[in-house]
Design a protein around this ligand. Structure first.
Ligand SMILES: *Cc1c(COP(=O)(O)O)cnc(C)c1O
Length: 367
């Protein structure tokens, strides 16, 4: 059986180090806001190339807190519009709606599946205040067009970097490209915790300190609450686990690129729609290897019968979700096609070249 993702296997190499650090934390009595939290924040700041990192509870909180931070600073207001790719994961959109901001769903580029930068300007109105780009499947979504729109309309550019830790755009890391970026360390992400964890990275230290207060009941000074804040923290255990795994991330992302290349070699000319790398190879860290095929459901079923697990990211587009019924009238054919045809093949550092060969043969037999 080739599993889509075997988390037990992926975490096994770090089990001893994690158990040791967990014992140390239990012994210390400091479970929140301690040395490991600070250590991971400074490691992530250095790695991404930003002055300010704030650990938070999860990726959705990171996105929500960025928007809330801009609202507290008077740079966003209730009812403002935020442009977002229509084919993103629900969390990106929920971050917008939960702040009483209005998401404006824009179709992705049919080749990269990332926000179509050429289609953004026609959706900009006097209420548009931000663009939320999503580096979907691990591929950087960036371009000169974004910087032009940012200057022309005075927009904030916020990155949802939940799927792309380690990806680069012309030598800069995703997460350092825009004004602020949200990270998720959900266990299945390329850098996964053993529970929930997230972070915000930003160049804007004022926004950073506002978010730090918002994540701490709106307080930056004990017993003084400047904002109606939340509680959103990464605990010491998760921060310590992430510091253990983080030094291995670049090597693992490189391994993912090698496995992706095997898929390209084995599946080119097969009739499947393969992913496209838009920029240099470092712009993609292959969180997911997503192919499209009109008979996706049949292929998925046949692969299961051959002992090969695949996944679907995601079966239902956000504008067809019951929670977003106000958007159900939208006509988003590219988004709808992706959701109808997308199939994620197993791709992670627990797989061998032989496993990937088996998947390739399995798929070729099913076509
Ligand atoms: C995983 C993910 C999130 C949410 O992160 P959580 O830590 O699960 O809250 C947000 N956006 C995208 C694109 C994601 O893949």
């Amino acid at each position: 059986m080739i599993k889509f993702l075997d988390l037990q296997k992926l975490n096994q190499p770090y089990a001893k180090q994690m158990a040791d650090v967990a014992a140390r934390i239990i012994e210390s009595g400091n479970y929140l806001n301690g040395e490991f939290t600070q250590k991971f924040e400074s490691e992530l700041s250095t790695y991404i190339g930003v002055p300010s990192t704030i650990n938070v509870g999860n990726g959705l909180d990171a996105l929500r807190l960025i928007l809330k931070g801009y609202m507290e600073l008077g740079q966003l207001h209730e009812g403002d519009e935020v442009i977002v790719p229509a084919n993103t994961y629900m969390a990106t959109i929920l971050a917008i709606t939960s702040n009483k901001l209005n998401p404006v769903l824009v179709e992705p580029d049919p080749v990269t599946y990332n926000l179509n930068l050429k289609k953004v300007e026609e959706h900009i109105t006097s209420r548009t205040k931000a663009i939320m780009v999503v580096h979907l499947y691990g591929q950087a979504c960036w371009g000169a067009e974004l910087e032009r729109l940012k200057v022309k309309y005075g927009l904030k550019i916020i990155e949802d970097n939940a799927q792309a830790l380690g990806a680069e755009w012309e030598g800069r890391k995703t997460g350092a490209l825009g004004d602020a970026a949200a990270f998720s360390f959900y266990p299945t992400k390329n850098l996964g915790a053993l529970g929930d964890a997230g972070a915000v990275c930003t160049h804007d230290e004022k926004l950073g300190s506002t978010i730090r207060a918002l994540a701490n009941y709106g307080s930056s000074e004990k017993n003084i609450h400047d904002y109606k804040g939340y509680n959103s923290r990464m605990d010491e255990l998760q921060a310590a686990f992430l510091s253990i795994k983080h030094p291995h991330l670049d090597r693992q992302n490189q391994k993912r690129r090698e496995l992706a290349n095997l898929y390209f070699e084995g599946l080119s000319g097969s009739g499947l729609t393969l992913p496209t790398v838009f920029n240099n190879p470092e712009s993609h860290i292959w969180h997911l290897f997503v192919i499209l095929h009109p008979e996706r459901d049949r292929i998925k079923k046949e692969l299961i019968a051959k002992g090969i697990e695949t996944a679907i990211h995601y079966p239902t587009p956000p504008h067809w979700q019951p929670a977003l019924s106000e958007f159900k009238h939208l006509n988003l054919p590219i988004t709808e096609k992706i959701h109808r045809e997308a199939l994620s093949l197993p791709l992670n550092t627990g797989l061998t070249d032989d496993d990937v060969e088996r998947v390739i043969i399995g798929i070729r037999d099913s076509l």
